[in-house]
Design a protein around this ligand. Structure first.
Ligand SMILES: NC(=O)c1ccc[n+]([C@@H]2O[C@H](COP(=O)([O-])OP(=O)(O)OC[C@H]3O[C@@H](n4cnc5c(N)ncnc54)[C@H](O)[C@@H]3O)[C@@H](O)[C@H]2O)c1
Ligand SMILES: [Zn+2]
Length: 410
């Protein structure tokens, strides 16, 4: 980005520190939609409230009153994340009742008079398309221009907030209310991206971050041989990011032939179906053969399976690198042999956890590059459901019959 960091930082600070938003009016019970007030904005709108495990209910509430620093966004769409599915099944975060949806995007329909620019300092106006990023309640001074800033760990996000009077706290809804002031919201103007790309921003940022982490090892090069293990949305996007960096020697590993085929469309040069190989020696030999008799220089672990974590060391050459990003959720312990797998091989291991603000800006550019070189990013979204069918959307996600499932509002 060709911007003056000092000026932008100043702008960001002004925007963030000047925010003094108030909460909106208390919610009313479910009621029929009220007629549009001004500018086509209705008085009430719906949220998909998860009221118990495996059950969303559409509930109607008054839209909150807009403070000078707040933004009201009409939701266009939102991806369903593995975390949503996890919450839907078990409520591990204890959030019920909750409005989920953190991979969302929509159009600004109203904003307070103090809102002038997004978190990157880019001007915003009514009609612009936006996404939200993290909420830095405890650190509202955080900016995207400090490269040493921590990742999202510990920060909140819209779509995983406890329910309160505002109600419009997640993207599985007709509208979302982006609170200004000390609330610490961050958001970006992404009007130059199409809807599918905007829905994919959040998961893509995970891979931008993972590749940035991988690059710290100094091993990833144009001609590196790279294994991507796990070809769900995360592994497939990993392949796409590597391709946009000019890395072409990519071996996809999964047990699902359809996903492996998609991996090839996304740019993997070879694939290995682990179901076709008995035991780790045979599997390692298959990966080695796929690379013409070489082990991998680098590997990305994109499954939540501890066995897969243990396996992946075998695919990597001495002195090679590994980025482990598959365990956003605790999948249990993995057993490795530290002598053979780590020490004697001198493996350069990095973990990767979500993203930081800076990764979002990189992601916007990545999505444009991916499109420009013809990667089938939109095909990652295999299912689109209207908000009314959110229960079905979550069930489809659990059934693993598609890749990225999205809610797209009518
Ligand atoms: N680091 C982060 O910040 C972050 C963010 C989001 C998701 N994740 C994690 O990334 C992982 C992948 O996410 P996803 O949405 O693509 O999940 P997914 O379940 O759709 O895909 C996982 C894939 O791994 C494959 N797989 C399972 N066991 C395997 C094995 N032994 N060898 C090879 N392949 C195997 C499955 O067939 C599946 O295709 C999840 O576990 C999730 O927790 C991490
Ligand atoms: Zn997510």
């Amino acid at each position: 980005m060709d911007m003056n960091n000092v000026n932008i930082e100043e702008i960001v600070k002004q925007v963030l520190s000047g925010m003094t938003g108030k909460g909106a009016a208390p919610a009313a019970a479910s009621a029929p939609a009220a007629p549009a007030a001004n500018g086509g904005i209705p008085k009430t709108a719906r949220v998909a409230m998860m009221t118990e495990k495996k059950h969303f209910e559409l509930q109607e509430y008054p839209l909150p009153e807009l403070g000078d620093d707040d933004i009201l966004v009409k939701v266009e769409g939102c991806g369903v994340c593995g975390t949503d599915a996890h919450e839907y099944k078990n409520d591990p975060f204890g959030l019920i009742p909750v409005v989920l949806g953190h991979e969302g995007t929509g159009e600004i329909v109203a904003m307070g008079k103090n809102v002038k620019a997004d978190t990157a300092g880019k001007p915003v106006q009514v009609g612009d398309k936006v996404v939200t990023c993290m909420i830095f309640k405890d650190d509202p001074e955080i900016t995207m221009f400090d490269l040493n800033k921590k990742n999202v760990g510990g920060a909140d996000v819209y779509g995983l907030l406890p329910d309160d009077d505002v109600k419009f706290n997640g993207w599985f809804a007709d509208y979302i209310f982006i609170r200004g002031g000390k609330f610490g919201s961050t958001f970006f103007n992404v009007s130059d991206l199409d809807l599918d790309s905007r829905i994919l921003i959040e998961p893509c940022a995970v891979l931008i971050h993972a590749v940035e982490r991988a690059k710290t090892t100094g091993i990833l090069k144009f001609n590196s041989r790279v294994v991507v293990q796990g070809c769900g949305p995360i592994g497939l996007i990993c392949i796409a990011v590597l391709r946009t960096m000019g890395i072409e020697n990519i071996c996809a590993v999964d047990g699902n032939e359809q996903r492996l085929e998609f991996a090839k469309k996304m740019g993997a040069s070879v694939s290995v179906n682990f179901m076709e190989h008995q035991g780790i020696e045979a599997l390692t030999a298959a990966v080695e053969a796929a690379f013409g008799g070489h082990l991998a220089d680098f590997a990305f672990q994109c499954t939540g399976n501890p066995k897969a974590h243990a396996n992946i060391y075998k695919f990597i050459r001495n002195g090679g690198g590994l980025c482990e990003l598959g365990f956003f959720i605790n999948g249990g312990d993995a057993q490795i042999n530290p002598h053979f797998d780590l020490c004697s091989k001198e493996i350069n291991l990095v973990g990767s956890w979500v993203y930081n603000l800076r990764d979002y800006a990189t992601t916007f550019d990545f999505l444009k590059r991916a499109k420009a070189i013809g990667l089938p990013m939109s095909e990652l979204i295999t299912h689109k459901y209207p908000l009314e069918e959110i229960n079905e959307a979550l069930e489809t996600n659990l059934a693993m019959t598609g890749l990225k499932i999205a809610i797209v509002n009518k």
